[in-house]
Structures are given as structure tokens and as C-alpha cells.
Design a protein. Structure first.
Length: 197
């Protein structure tokens, strides 16, 4: 069929149909490629999701193991402390017995003093065996070991009096010595007083 312009419309229609069929085939091919790519991506997503779930489960198990470990450490520490306290108390009971005997005895003051000294020596010996050491307080003031609760005029830094003994357990201070410390009289204070008068 020829139109007014002299162009064969049947040929155009066939050519147009062919182009459309080629476009459709090309589009169908692209759709198929996209479908395959989407399937691949879905498989990869499923794989990564599964892997993420495994890692999350592993992290939860590790966290639970860590929490259990912390609880176990706390229980073990409490048990060690309980056993240590039990041992110390068992070792102190003979001293308690000695004190009870001393308090119930009818004896002269000198005998009582001798008995109490014996008990004191036994108790200190026991505490020394556990690592207790008395902090020396017969020299210069050291703030690591001493607590100054009073000051008096004298040789700078010299310990003048001990109000309460201090103790070390191993190398750790468990109680500071409470002491009176000497401080030199400063000349500046006297001059200030003289100027005010």
C-alpha cells in the first residue's frame, strides 16, 4: 500500500514492528538480566544477614560469658576474703581465751599486768605473722605515714609525741600514726607582734 506521498506504508509498518519487537526483546533481555542480578543481590543479602545474625549471636554469647566471669570473680574474691577472715579469727580465738581467763582470775595487780603483757605480746606476734608492721614514729614527720594532729615549738619536723600508733600491712598503710609535730618558732611572727605594740 502506497500513501499520498508515495511511501509504502506496509514496509514502514513492518519495519516499525520489527524495531518494536527488537526493542521488546532487548527490554525483555534487560529485564531478565536485572532479574538475575536481583536474585544474586537477594542471595548476597540473605548471606550477609545470616552472617550478621551469627556475629550478633556470638557477641551475645561473649557478653554473657564475660558477665558470668565477672560474677564468678566476685564470688571467688568473697570466698577468699571469707576464708582469710575465718583463718584470722581462728588464730585470734586463743588470745580471746587468754583475755577471758585473765579477766576471771583473782590475782594481784602485778600478776594481772604480767598476764596482760603476755597476751599483748602473743597478739602482736600473731598480727606480725599476718604482715602487720608498726610505723616508726621516733624520727622526722613523714606525711605518707604520719598525721599531725598537734603542733608545738621545737626542732622543725621532729615527732614529739605519738597519740595513736600507725600500722602497715605489707607495704600499704592501713592506719596513719597520729602525732604531735615540732615546728620552729618563726622570727617573722615576733617582729609583726612587736610592730603592732
Amino acid at each position: 500500500m502506497v500513501d499520498k506521498s508515495g511511501v509504502n506504508t506496509e514496509t514502514m509498518e513492518t519495519t516499525g514492528e520489527l524495531k518494536n519487537q527488537e526493542d521488546v526483546q532487548r527490554l525483555l533481555g534487560e529485564i531478565e538480566n536485572l532479574r538475575k542480578r536481583m536474585e544474586e543481590l537477594k542471595k548476597e543479602l540473605d548471606k550477609q544477614t545470616s552472617l550478621a545474625k551469627e556475629y550478633l549471636d556470638l557477641a551475645k554469647r561473649i557478653q554473657a560469658d564475660f558477665d558470668n566471669h565477672k560474677k564468678r570473680i566476685v564470688k571467688e574474691r568473697e570466698e577468699i576474703i571469707r576464708c582469710a577472715n575465718e583463718n584470722l579469727i581462728c588464730d585470734l580465738l586463743p588470745t580471746v581465751d587468754d583475755l577471758e581467763r585473765a579477766l576471771s582470775a583473782n590475782c594481784q595487780p602485778e600478776e594481772l599486768r604480767t598476764g596482760l603483757n603476755h597476751i599483748y605480746n602473743n597478739l602482736m606476734s600473731l598480727l606480725h605473722s599476718y604482715g602487720l608492721k608498726e610505723i616508726p614514729s621516733d624520727g622526722k614527720f613523714n606525711p605518707e605515714y604520719h598525721e599531725a594532729i598537734a603542733v608545738e615549738e621545737g626542732e622543725e619536723g621532729k615527732i614529739l609525741e605519738v597519740y595513736q600508733k600507725g600500722y602497715l600491712l605489707g607495704s600499704r598503710v592501713i592506719r596513719h600514726s597520729k602525732v604531735k609535730v615540732a615546728k620552729e618558732k618563726s622570727g617573722g611572727d615576733d617582729n609583726a607582734k612587736d610592730n603592732r605594740n
